[in-house]
Design a protein around this ligand. Structure first.
Ligand code: IFM
Length: 477
Protein backbone atom coordinates (compact mmCIF):
# COMPACT_ATOMS: atom_id res chain seq x y z
CA UNK A 1 0.00 0.00 0.00
CA UNK A 2 1.26 3.52 -0.73
CA UNK A 3 0.89 6.24 1.85
CA UNK A 4 -2.20 8.03 0.49
CA UNK A 5 -1.24 11.29 2.14
CA UNK A 6 2.16 11.57 0.51
CA UNK A 7 2.92 12.65 -3.07
CA UNK A 8 3.72 9.92 -5.60
CA UNK A 9 7.38 8.92 -5.67
CA UNK A 10 8.32 10.48 -9.01
CA UNK A 11 11.94 10.32 -7.88
CA UNK A 12 12.05 6.60 -8.53
CA UNK A 13 11.67 7.35 -12.23
CA UNK A 14 15.19 8.58 -13.04
CA UNK A 15 14.04 12.15 -13.26
CA UNK A 16 16.38 14.11 -15.49
CA UNK A 17 18.40 11.15 -16.77
CA UNK A 18 18.83 10.44 -20.47
CA UNK A 19 16.69 7.47 -21.49
CA UNK A 20 16.61 5.51 -24.72
CA UNK A 21 13.68 3.33 -25.77
CA UNK A 22 14.05 -0.02 -27.55
CA UNK A 23 14.53 0.14 -31.33
CA UNK A 24 11.22 0.19 -33.18
CA UNK A 25 9.29 1.61 -30.23
CA UNK A 26 6.10 3.02 -31.73
CA UNK A 27 5.62 6.74 -31.05
CA UNK A 28 2.20 8.15 -31.75
CA UNK A 29 -0.63 10.45 -30.85
CA UNK A 30 -4.35 9.70 -30.57
CA UNK A 31 -7.68 11.36 -31.28
CA UNK A 32 -11.31 10.24 -31.65
CA UNK A 33 -13.86 10.92 -34.36
CA UNK A 34 -16.55 12.79 -32.43
CA UNK A 35 -13.95 14.83 -30.57
CA UNK A 36 -12.28 16.30 -33.67
CA UNK A 37 -14.15 15.72 -36.93
CA UNK A 38 -17.15 18.06 -36.81
CA UNK A 39 -19.18 17.86 -40.07
CA UNK A 40 -21.83 16.17 -37.98
CA UNK A 41 -24.50 16.29 -40.66
CA UNK A 42 -22.33 16.04 -43.78
CA UNK A 43 -21.46 13.25 -46.16
CA UNK A 44 -24.41 11.11 -45.16
CA UNK A 45 -23.51 10.96 -41.44
CA UNK A 46 -26.50 10.49 -39.13
CA UNK A 47 -26.71 11.27 -35.38
CA UNK A 48 -24.92 9.24 -32.75
CA UNK A 49 -25.79 9.15 -29.05
CA UNK A 50 -23.27 11.96 -28.54
CA UNK A 51 -25.08 14.24 -30.99
CA UNK A 52 -28.34 13.65 -29.16
CA UNK A 53 -26.80 13.95 -25.71
CA UNK A 54 -24.76 17.08 -26.39
CA UNK A 55 -27.78 18.81 -27.94
CA UNK A 56 -29.96 18.02 -24.93
CA UNK A 57 -30.36 20.72 -22.30
CA UNK A 58 -27.77 20.75 -19.51
CA UNK A 59 -25.76 17.68 -20.52
CA UNK A 60 -22.46 19.33 -21.49
CA UNK A 61 -20.71 22.39 -20.11
CA UNK A 62 -22.19 25.49 -21.78
CA UNK A 63 -24.15 23.26 -24.15
CA UNK A 64 -21.07 22.52 -26.25
CA UNK A 65 -21.50 19.95 -29.03
CA UNK A 66 -19.24 18.17 -31.54
CA UNK A 67 -21.04 19.74 -34.51
CA UNK A 68 -17.90 21.55 -35.65
CA UNK A 69 -15.23 20.42 -33.15
CA UNK A 70 -11.77 20.87 -34.77
CA UNK A 71 -13.25 20.71 -38.27
CA UNK A 72 -10.83 17.88 -38.95
CA UNK A 73 -13.21 16.43 -41.54
CA UNK A 74 -12.41 19.37 -43.80
CA UNK A 75 -8.84 19.99 -42.66
CA UNK A 76 -7.61 16.41 -42.62
CA UNK A 77 -4.73 16.73 -45.14
CA UNK A 78 -3.33 19.74 -43.24
CA UNK A 79 -3.67 17.88 -39.95
CA UNK A 80 -1.77 14.91 -41.35
CA UNK A 81 0.94 17.29 -42.56
CA UNK A 82 1.15 18.60 -38.99
CA UNK A 83 1.57 15.02 -37.71
CA UNK A 84 4.37 14.48 -40.20
CA UNK A 85 6.05 17.72 -39.08
CA UNK A 86 6.02 16.37 -35.53
CA UNK A 87 7.60 13.16 -36.75
CA UNK A 88 4.77 10.90 -35.55
CA UNK A 89 5.38 7.28 -36.47
CA UNK A 90 1.82 6.23 -35.79
CA UNK A 91 -1.59 7.90 -35.52
CA UNK A 92 -4.48 6.39 -33.60
CA UNK A 93 -7.87 7.62 -34.78
CA UNK A 94 -11.39 6.29 -34.51
CA UNK A 95 -13.95 5.68 -37.21
CA UNK A 96 -17.34 7.29 -36.72
CA UNK A 97 -19.83 4.42 -36.94
CA UNK A 98 -22.75 6.68 -38.03
CA UNK A 99 -20.58 8.17 -40.77
CA UNK A 100 -19.73 4.87 -42.42
CA UNK A 101 -22.92 2.96 -41.61
CA UNK A 102 -25.66 5.54 -41.01
CA UNK A 103 -28.24 4.27 -38.58
CA UNK A 104 -25.95 1.46 -37.43
CA UNK A 105 -27.12 -1.30 -39.74
CA UNK A 106 -27.35 -2.08 -43.43
CA UNK A 107 -25.21 -0.90 -46.28
CA UNK A 108 -22.05 1.15 -46.01
CA UNK A 109 -22.06 4.85 -46.80
CA UNK A 110 -19.45 5.19 -49.54
CA UNK A 111 -18.90 8.88 -48.84
CA UNK A 112 -18.20 8.18 -45.18
CA UNK A 113 -15.77 5.38 -45.95
CA UNK A 114 -14.08 7.59 -48.51
CA UNK A 115 -13.07 10.02 -45.77
CA UNK A 116 -11.22 7.28 -43.88
CA UNK A 117 -9.73 5.87 -47.08
CA UNK A 118 -8.29 9.28 -47.84
CA UNK A 119 -7.08 9.66 -44.26
CA UNK A 120 -5.31 6.29 -44.34
CA UNK A 121 -3.76 7.01 -47.74
CA UNK A 122 -2.61 10.41 -46.55
CA UNK A 123 -1.01 8.83 -43.45
CA UNK A 124 0.69 6.05 -45.38
CA UNK A 125 1.92 8.56 -47.94
CA UNK A 126 3.69 10.40 -45.15
CA UNK A 127 5.12 7.28 -43.53
CA UNK A 128 2.72 7.31 -40.58
CA UNK A 129 1.24 3.97 -39.52
CA UNK A 130 -2.56 4.18 -39.17
CA UNK A 131 -3.99 2.66 -35.97
CA UNK A 132 -7.74 2.32 -36.22
CA UNK A 133 -10.19 2.22 -33.31
CA UNK A 134 -13.62 1.00 -34.28
CA UNK A 135 -15.64 2.37 -31.39
CA UNK A 136 -14.85 5.52 -29.45
CA UNK A 137 -18.32 6.06 -27.99
CA UNK A 138 -20.41 7.27 -30.94
CA UNK A 139 -23.16 4.65 -31.08
CA UNK A 140 -25.63 5.34 -33.91
CA UNK A 141 -28.78 6.77 -32.29
CA UNK A 142 -31.18 4.20 -33.83
CA UNK A 143 -29.25 1.45 -32.04
CA UNK A 144 -29.69 3.27 -28.75
CA UNK A 145 -33.38 3.66 -29.54
CA UNK A 146 -33.50 -0.12 -29.96
CA UNK A 147 -32.00 -0.61 -26.47
CA UNK A 148 -28.38 0.49 -26.78
CA UNK A 149 -25.51 -1.52 -25.32
CA UNK A 150 -27.72 -3.10 -22.62
CA UNK A 151 -29.45 -4.89 -25.53
CA UNK A 152 -27.69 -8.00 -26.78
CA UNK A 153 -28.36 -7.29 -30.45
CA UNK A 154 -26.05 -4.25 -30.35
CA UNK A 155 -23.09 -6.63 -30.07
CA UNK A 156 -24.09 -8.32 -33.34
CA UNK A 157 -24.57 -4.95 -35.03
CA UNK A 158 -21.07 -3.96 -33.90
CA UNK A 159 -19.56 -7.10 -35.45
CA UNK A 160 -21.29 -6.32 -38.77
CA UNK A 161 -19.92 -2.80 -38.65
CA UNK A 162 -16.43 -4.12 -37.89
CA UNK A 163 -16.65 -6.39 -40.90
CA UNK A 164 -17.74 -3.51 -43.11
CA UNK A 165 -14.80 -1.34 -42.00
CA UNK A 166 -12.44 -4.32 -42.29
CA UNK A 167 -13.53 -4.89 -45.87
CA UNK A 168 -12.93 -1.25 -46.76
CA UNK A 169 -9.66 -0.56 -44.93
CA UNK A 170 -8.16 -3.91 -43.99
CA UNK A 171 -5.81 -3.91 -46.96
CA UNK A 172 -4.03 -0.81 -45.62
CA UNK A 173 -4.59 -0.76 -41.86
CA UNK A 174 -2.63 -3.31 -39.84
CA UNK A 175 -3.36 -2.21 -36.26
CA UNK A 176 -6.91 -2.34 -34.95
CA UNK A 177 -8.51 -1.77 -31.58
CA UNK A 178 -12.16 -2.68 -31.28
CA UNK A 179 -13.34 -0.63 -28.31
CA UNK A 180 -11.94 2.39 -26.58
CA UNK A 181 -12.48 2.37 -22.80
CA UNK A 182 -15.57 0.17 -22.51
CA UNK A 183 -15.75 1.15 -18.82
CA UNK A 184 -16.70 4.68 -19.86
CA UNK A 185 -19.29 3.48 -22.38
CA UNK A 186 -20.90 1.20 -19.83
CA UNK A 187 -20.55 2.94 -16.48
CA UNK A 188 -20.52 6.63 -17.44
CA UNK A 189 -23.05 6.09 -20.23
CA UNK A 190 -25.53 3.82 -18.46
CA UNK A 191 -24.52 4.08 -14.76
CA UNK A 192 -23.77 7.65 -13.78
CA UNK A 193 -25.35 9.15 -16.90
CA UNK A 194 -22.51 11.68 -17.16
CA UNK A 195 -21.86 10.49 -20.71
CA UNK A 196 -24.16 9.64 -23.61
CA UNK A 197 -26.73 8.23 -23.69
CA UNK A 198 -27.13 9.60 -20.14
CA UNK A 199 -28.97 6.69 -18.58
CA UNK A 200 -28.57 5.76 -14.93
CA UNK A 201 -29.31 2.17 -14.06
CA UNK A 202 -26.74 -0.15 -12.47
CA UNK A 203 -28.08 -3.33 -14.08
CA UNK A 204 -28.06 -1.68 -17.50
CA UNK A 205 -24.46 -0.56 -16.97
CA UNK A 206 -23.40 -4.13 -16.19
CA UNK A 207 -25.31 -5.51 -19.17
CA UNK A 208 -23.81 -2.81 -21.39
CA UNK A 209 -20.31 -3.78 -20.24
CA UNK A 210 -20.99 -7.41 -21.10
CA UNK A 211 -22.42 -6.67 -24.54
CA UNK A 212 -19.58 -4.29 -25.35
CA UNK A 213 -17.15 -7.14 -24.65
CA UNK A 214 -19.32 -9.56 -26.62
CA UNK A 215 -19.28 -7.15 -29.55
CA UNK A 216 -15.51 -6.90 -29.18
CA UNK A 217 -15.11 -10.70 -29.32
CA UNK A 218 -17.42 -11.06 -32.32
CA UNK A 219 -15.62 -8.23 -34.11
CA UNK A 220 -12.23 -9.86 -33.47
CA UNK A 221 -13.53 -13.13 -34.91
CA UNK A 222 -14.91 -11.39 -38.00
CA UNK A 223 -11.73 -9.40 -38.63
CA UNK A 224 -9.48 -12.37 -37.93
CA UNK A 225 -11.34 -14.43 -40.52
CA UNK A 226 -11.19 -11.81 -43.24
CA UNK A 227 -7.86 -10.13 -42.37
CA UNK A 228 -5.47 -12.74 -40.98
CA UNK A 229 -2.57 -10.26 -41.03
CA UNK A 230 -4.29 -7.66 -38.86
CA UNK A 231 -2.96 -7.05 -35.35
CA UNK A 232 -6.08 -6.96 -33.19
CA UNK A 233 -6.70 -5.74 -29.67
CA UNK A 234 -8.84 -3.57 -27.47
CA UNK A 235 -8.13 -0.55 -25.33
CA UNK A 236 -9.08 -0.44 -21.66
CA UNK A 237 -8.65 2.44 -19.25
CA UNK A 238 -7.02 1.15 -16.09
CA UNK A 239 -6.31 2.62 -12.67
CA UNK A 240 -4.24 1.39 -9.78
CA UNK A 241 -6.68 1.38 -6.86
CA UNK A 242 -5.21 2.10 -3.45
CA UNK A 243 -6.91 1.89 -0.06
CA UNK A 244 -6.77 5.15 1.89
CA UNK A 245 -5.62 3.33 5.01
CA UNK A 246 -4.88 -0.20 6.14
CA UNK A 247 -8.33 -0.58 7.68
CA UNK A 248 -10.30 -3.62 6.47
CA UNK A 249 -13.09 -1.29 5.26
CA UNK A 250 -10.70 0.63 3.02
CA UNK A 251 -9.09 -2.55 1.73
CA UNK A 252 -12.55 -3.85 0.84
CA UNK A 253 -13.37 -0.56 -0.92
CA UNK A 254 -10.21 -0.90 -3.01
CA UNK A 255 -11.02 -4.50 -3.90
CA UNK A 256 -14.51 -3.49 -5.02
CA UNK A 257 -13.45 -0.53 -7.14
CA UNK A 258 -10.60 -2.52 -8.67
CA UNK A 259 -13.20 -5.13 -9.58
CA UNK A 260 -15.53 -2.66 -11.30
CA UNK A 261 -12.90 -0.43 -12.90
CA UNK A 262 -10.28 -2.95 -13.99
CA UNK A 263 -11.10 -6.63 -13.52
CA UNK A 264 -14.64 -6.30 -14.94
CA UNK A 265 -12.98 -6.12 -18.37
CA UNK A 266 -9.55 -7.69 -17.93
CA UNK A 267 -10.82 -10.99 -16.55
CA UNK A 268 -13.44 -11.82 -19.20
CA UNK A 269 -11.25 -10.67 -22.11
CA UNK A 270 -7.95 -12.17 -20.97
CA UNK A 271 -9.10 -15.06 -18.74
CA UNK A 272 -12.55 -15.91 -20.04
CA UNK A 273 -14.40 -15.44 -16.74
CA UNK A 274 -15.86 -12.79 -14.46
CA UNK A 275 -14.14 -12.49 -11.06
CA UNK A 276 -16.08 -14.32 -8.35
CA UNK A 277 -15.87 -11.43 -5.88
CA UNK A 278 -17.17 -8.99 -8.51
CA UNK A 279 -20.17 -11.20 -9.18
CA UNK A 280 -20.85 -11.28 -5.44
CA UNK A 281 -20.50 -7.49 -5.14
CA UNK A 282 -23.03 -7.11 -7.95
CA UNK A 283 -25.50 -9.65 -6.56
CA UNK A 284 -27.98 -6.97 -5.50
CA UNK A 285 -27.80 -5.40 -8.98
CA UNK A 286 -27.92 -8.33 -11.39
CA UNK A 287 -28.00 -12.11 -11.45
CA UNK A 288 -25.83 -12.08 -14.60
CA UNK A 289 -28.74 -13.72 -16.44
CA UNK A 290 -27.66 -11.78 -19.53
CA UNK A 291 -24.51 -13.93 -19.80
CA UNK A 292 -25.27 -16.83 -22.14
CA UNK A 293 -23.38 -20.07 -22.63
CA UNK A 294 -20.46 -19.47 -24.95
CA UNK A 295 -20.30 -15.69 -24.42
CA UNK A 296 -17.11 -15.81 -22.41
CA UNK A 297 -15.38 -17.97 -25.03
CA UNK A 298 -16.24 -15.33 -27.64
CA UNK A 299 -15.18 -12.48 -25.35
CA UNK A 300 -11.82 -14.12 -24.70
CA UNK A 301 -11.03 -14.78 -28.38
CA UNK A 302 -7.23 -14.53 -28.57
CA UNK A 303 -5.77 -11.08 -29.30
CA UNK A 304 -2.47 -9.79 -30.66
CA UNK A 305 -2.06 -6.84 -28.32
CA UNK A 306 -3.63 -4.96 -25.42
CA UNK A 307 -4.02 -1.18 -25.37
CA UNK A 308 -3.96 0.58 -22.01
CA UNK A 309 -5.10 4.14 -21.38
CA UNK A 310 -3.61 5.58 -18.21
CA UNK A 311 -4.32 8.91 -16.58
CA UNK A 312 -4.39 8.64 -12.77
CA UNK A 313 -4.91 6.55 -9.64
CA UNK A 314 -8.01 5.95 -7.52
CA UNK A 315 -7.55 6.19 -3.75
CA UNK A 316 -10.64 4.92 -1.98
CA UNK A 317 -12.12 4.48 1.48
CA UNK A 318 -15.04 2.63 2.95
CA UNK A 319 -18.27 4.45 3.83
CA UNK A 320 -17.68 7.80 5.51
CA UNK A 321 -20.68 8.91 7.50
CA UNK A 322 -22.16 12.26 6.57
CA UNK A 323 -19.89 12.77 3.56
CA UNK A 324 -21.60 14.36 0.57
CA UNK A 325 -22.05 12.22 -2.54
CA UNK A 326 -19.50 12.87 -5.27
CA UNK A 327 -20.14 13.65 -8.92
CA UNK A 328 -19.18 12.47 -12.42
CA UNK A 329 -17.04 9.33 -12.42
CA UNK A 330 -17.00 9.43 -8.63
CA UNK A 331 -20.81 9.41 -8.53
CA UNK A 332 -22.18 6.47 -6.54
CA UNK A 333 -24.30 5.45 -9.55
CA UNK A 334 -21.07 4.79 -11.44
CA UNK A 335 -20.22 1.96 -9.08
CA UNK A 336 -23.24 -0.36 -8.90
CA UNK A 337 -23.17 -2.57 -5.83
CA UNK A 338 -20.39 -0.46 -4.29
CA UNK A 339 -22.15 2.90 -3.99
CA UNK A 340 -20.89 3.36 -0.44
CA UNK A 341 -17.25 3.64 -1.44
CA UNK A 342 -15.71 7.11 -1.15
CA UNK A 343 -12.97 8.52 -3.40
CA UNK A 344 -10.26 10.21 -1.38
CA UNK A 345 -8.27 13.25 -2.45
CA UNK A 346 -4.66 13.15 -1.30
CA UNK A 347 -3.78 16.78 -1.88
CA UNK A 348 -1.10 15.97 -4.46
CA UNK A 349 -0.77 17.99 -7.71
CA UNK A 350 -3.69 17.53 -10.08
CA UNK A 351 -4.43 18.36 -13.71
CA UNK A 352 -7.23 20.66 -14.86
CA UNK A 353 -9.53 17.60 -14.72
CA UNK A 354 -8.72 17.41 -11.00
CA UNK A 355 -7.05 14.05 -11.66
CA UNK A 356 -4.02 13.36 -9.46
CA UNK A 357 -0.72 13.21 -11.30
CA UNK A 358 0.78 9.82 -10.51
CA UNK A 359 3.41 8.58 -12.95
CA UNK A 360 4.48 5.58 -10.83
CA UNK A 361 0.90 4.37 -11.21
CA UNK A 362 1.63 3.75 -14.88
CA UNK A 363 4.50 1.40 -14.00
CA UNK A 364 2.26 -0.36 -11.52
CA UNK A 365 -0.52 -0.73 -14.09
CA UNK A 366 1.66 -2.05 -16.89
CA UNK A 367 3.48 -4.47 -14.58
CA UNK A 368 0.21 -5.74 -13.20
CA UNK A 369 -1.34 -6.47 -16.59
CA UNK A 370 1.81 -8.26 -17.70
CA UNK A 371 2.29 -10.17 -14.45
CA UNK A 372 -1.31 -11.14 -13.79
CA UNK A 373 -2.88 -11.35 -17.23
CA UNK A 374 -0.83 -11.66 -20.36
CA UNK A 375 2.46 -11.91 -22.24
CA UNK A 376 0.95 -10.04 -25.19
CA UNK A 377 2.57 -6.85 -26.44
CA UNK A 378 1.17 -3.86 -24.54
CA UNK A 379 0.70 -0.34 -25.85
CA UNK A 380 -0.09 2.82 -23.95
CA UNK A 381 -2.85 3.88 -26.33
CA UNK A 382 -3.58 7.10 -24.41
CA UNK A 383 -1.82 9.15 -21.78
CA UNK A 384 -1.96 12.88 -21.25
CA UNK A 385 -3.27 15.78 -19.24
CA UNK A 386 -5.54 18.80 -19.42
CA UNK A 387 -4.15 22.14 -18.29
CA UNK A 388 -5.24 25.72 -18.80
CA UNK A 389 -3.13 27.11 -21.64
CA UNK A 390 -2.35 30.69 -22.58
CA UNK A 391 -1.45 31.87 -26.06
CA UNK A 392 1.27 34.50 -25.64
CA UNK A 393 2.77 36.09 -28.74
CA UNK A 394 1.52 33.20 -30.81
CA UNK A 395 3.11 30.57 -28.56
CA UNK A 396 1.77 28.18 -25.94
CA UNK A 397 4.35 27.23 -23.36
CA UNK A 398 2.60 24.30 -21.68
CA UNK A 399 5.25 23.38 -19.15
CA UNK A 400 2.87 21.40 -16.94
CA UNK A 401 1.72 19.17 -19.79
CA UNK A 402 5.29 18.69 -20.92
CA UNK A 403 6.31 17.65 -17.39
CA UNK A 404 3.38 15.23 -17.27
CA UNK A 405 4.48 13.57 -20.50
CA UNK A 406 8.08 13.49 -19.34
CA UNK A 407 7.28 11.76 -16.04
CA UNK A 408 4.96 9.23 -17.69
CA UNK A 409 7.48 8.39 -20.39
CA UNK A 410 9.99 7.76 -17.61
CA UNK A 411 7.40 5.44 -16.11
CA UNK A 412 6.92 3.68 -19.44
CA UNK A 413 10.69 3.23 -19.70
CA UNK A 414 10.87 1.88 -16.15
CA UNK A 415 8.17 -0.66 -16.99
CA UNK A 416 10.15 -1.85 -20.01
CA UNK A 417 13.20 -2.15 -17.76
CA UNK A 418 11.14 -4.32 -15.43
CA UNK A 419 10.36 -6.71 -18.28
CA UNK A 420 7.01 -5.41 -19.54
CA UNK A 421 6.64 -5.94 -23.32
CA UNK A 422 5.57 -2.34 -23.90
CA UNK A 423 5.85 -1.64 -27.62
CA UNK A 424 4.51 1.88 -28.05
CA UNK A 425 3.07 5.06 -26.59
CA UNK A 426 0.33 7.35 -27.90
CA UNK A 427 0.04 10.82 -26.45
CA UNK A 428 -3.49 12.03 -25.76
CA UNK A 429 -4.11 14.10 -27.63
CA UNK A 430 -2.73 15.32 -30.91
CA UNK A 431 -4.81 18.47 -30.58
CA UNK A 432 -7.26 20.18 -28.23
CA UNK A 433 -10.74 18.83 -28.80
CA UNK A 434 -14.26 18.21 -27.55
CA UNK A 435 -13.74 16.75 -24.08
CA UNK A 436 -17.17 15.08 -23.84
CA UNK A 437 -19.32 16.44 -21.01
CA UNK A 438 -16.70 19.15 -20.44
CA UNK A 439 -17.10 20.44 -23.98
CA UNK A 440 -14.21 22.62 -25.11
CA UNK A 441 -13.34 23.77 -21.60
CA UNK A 442 -10.57 21.20 -21.06
CA UNK A 443 -7.51 21.19 -23.29
CA UNK A 444 -5.53 17.94 -23.65
CA UNK A 445 -3.79 18.72 -26.95
CA UNK A 446 -0.13 19.00 -27.85
CA UNK A 447 -1.42 21.30 -30.55
CA UNK A 448 -3.52 24.28 -29.52
CA UNK A 449 -6.77 24.81 -31.43
CA UNK A 450 -8.42 28.20 -31.67
CA UNK A 451 -12.05 27.14 -32.03
CA UNK A 452 -13.05 30.42 -33.71
CA UNK A 453 -10.43 30.48 -36.45
CA UNK A 454 -9.49 26.76 -36.31
CA UNK A 455 -5.84 27.84 -36.30
CA UNK A 456 -3.47 25.19 -34.96
CA UNK A 457 -0.42 26.11 -32.86
CA UNK A 458 1.98 23.34 -31.79
CA UNK A 459 2.58 23.87 -28.06
CA UNK A 460 5.96 23.46 -26.34
CA UNK A 461 4.97 19.89 -25.49
CA UNK A 462 4.53 19.12 -29.20
CA UNK A 463 7.99 20.43 -30.07
CA UNK A 464 9.44 18.52 -27.14
CA UNK A 465 7.62 15.31 -28.18
CA UNK A 466 8.97 15.70 -31.73
CA UNK A 467 12.47 15.68 -30.25
CA UNK A 468 11.65 12.62 -28.09
CA UNK A 469 10.56 10.78 -31.22
CA UNK A 470 13.60 11.93 -33.17
CA UNK A 471 16.03 10.62 -30.56
CA UNK A 472 13.83 7.63 -29.57
CA UNK A 473 14.05 8.72 -25.96
CA UNK A 474 14.50 11.51 -23.46
CA UNK A 475 17.44 13.87 -23.36
CA UNK A 476 19.29 14.50 -20.10
CA UNK A 477 17.95 17.58 -18.33
O1 IFM B 1 -10.80 12.61 -24.10
C1 IFM B 1 -10.80 11.37 -23.48
C2 IFM B 1 -10.78 10.27 -24.51
O2 IFM B 1 -11.83 10.36 -25.40
C3 IFM B 1 -10.85 8.91 -23.84
N1 IFM B 1 -9.84 8.80 -22.82
C4 IFM B 1 -9.71 9.87 -21.87
C5 IFM B 1 -9.59 11.19 -22.58
C6 IFM B 1 -9.47 12.33 -21.56
O3 IFM B 1 -10.60 12.37 -20.74
Amino acid sequence: MIDPTSPPAVGVLDQGAELTFPPGFRWGAATAAYQIEGAAAEGGRTPSIWDTFSHAEGRTVAGHTGDVACDHYHRMPDDVRLMADLGLKSYRFSVSWPRVQPGGSGAANAEGLDFYQRLVDELLGRGIEPWLTLYHWDLPQPLEDAGGWPARDTAARFADYAQLVGDALGDRVRYWTTLNEPWCSAFLGYGSGAHAPGRSDGADAVRAGHHLMLGHGLAVQALRASRPDARLGLTVNLYPVTPASDSPADADAARRIDGLANRFFLDPVLRGSYPTDLRADLASVTDFGHVRDGDLEIISTPLDLVGINYYSRHVVAGPVEGEAPQAYWRAPTCWPGSEEVRFVTRGVPVTDMNWEIDAPGLVETLERVHREYTDLPLYVTENGSAFVDAVVDGRVDDVDRLAYFDSHLRAAHAAIGAGVPLRGYFAWSLMDNFEWAWGYTKRFGMVHVDYDSQARIPKSSARWYAEVIRRNGLAAQ
